[in-house]
Design a protein around this ligand. Structure first.
Ligand SMILES: [Zn+2]
Length: 298
């Protein structure tokens, strides 16, 4: 099958088989003047993969950042407003002449980890994906949980600090405003008065640079509180930390685990474990593949 991941910064594509092996990976910047130009470019990349495929293709699946309707329309994306309302499923299906499924990236990341990573064998699996935002997805009894907007709503905006920073959603003290890799990179840059990457922050925290460690500890504690709050509502038996946050390092994860254990109630604590995702950097593409190969999970 062909998997497409429409991210805030980059769109990625690959051929993927049922075992999760990727071939012919390619990428291009998502930024486009409008949805028509972007979809034409995506379709050209898809046609290129169709030519390279050596076996008949099962279909096409897309992971897209934001809210996605059942009909494959991107209904909301704060970072890509020009793509809102685009009939992604319909346009790609007509152009590629393949069955198409479009899924919210928070769900795709959860599916990838459930099928190919640390969620294997669990019954109630919650996945927190930290990147530009904080996506939350859950699979309960072998089915994606769709509570609002086809996913878990905006559960990454669960409030963890009443007097915390203002959030891009208009609220205050949301988990996303304290733990997304984009926010952490910005805050660390402000501390050092220079542009820094998230990787730089991680490396500095591993070298025990005090500002980086303090920031990572604070972020870890916030994530632990968010996980504890969500655990009391959804009673997962495993919670995975995925996306860029899965590579945030020991300081972050130790703080997250301690904070989770000290905040969570004893009943949800008796079944939930916190784990790092291990489905790898191509999780959104693997999640898109899982949509087609394991449709019973949808
Ligand atoms: Zn928020």
């Amino acid at each position: 099958m062909i998997a497409v991941d429409i991210g805030g910064g980059t769109t990625k594509l690959a051929l993927v088989n049922r075992e999760g092996t990727l071939e012919q990976w390619s990428a291009f910047p998502t930024a486009s003047p409008d949805a028509d130009v972007f979809l034409a470019r995506t379709l050209a990349a898809i046609c290129d993969l169709q030519e390279k495929a050596r076996v008949p293709l099962h279909g096409l699946a897309v992971s897209a950042a934001g809210f996605v309707s059942a009909g494959g329309v991107l209904t909301f994306n704060a970072n890509l407003p020009w793509l809102e309302g685009a009939r992604i499923g319909e346009v790609l299906e007509r152009g590629a002449k393949l069955p198409v499924h479009v899924e919210a990236d928070s769900n795709a990341a959860c599916l990838a980890e459930y099928v190919f990573g640390s969620g294997c064998g669990t019954n109630r699996f919650l996945c927190l994906t930290g990147g530009t935002g904080l996506g939350v997805g859950m699979i309960a009894e072998n089915k994606l949980l769709r509570i609002a907007h086809g996913c878990m709503g905006d559960a990454g905006h669960v409030i963890v600090a009443p007097d915390g920073p203002a959030c891009s959603c208009g609220g205050r003290g949301c988990a996303e405003a304290l733990v997304s890799t984009a926010v952490l990179r910005q805050r660390y840059g402000a501390m050092l008065c220079q542009e820094v990457s998230f990787r730089q922050l991680v490396e500095d925290s591993l070298r025990a640079a005090s500002a980086a460690c303090l920031l990572m500890e604070e972020a870890g504690r916030a994530l632990g509180v968010a996980a504890a709050s969500l655990a009391s509502i959804f009673f997962p038996d495993r919670i995975a930390v995925a996306g860029g946050l899965a590579h945030a390092g020991e300081t972050f994860f130790r703080a997250a685990e301690q904070s989770f254990r000290s905040h969570v109630g004893s009943l949800p604590a008796s079944r939930a474990t916190l784990a790092l995702a291990n489905s790898g950097a191509h999780a959104p593409l693997l999640g898109a593949a899982a949509c087609l190969f394991y449709p019973e999970l949808l």
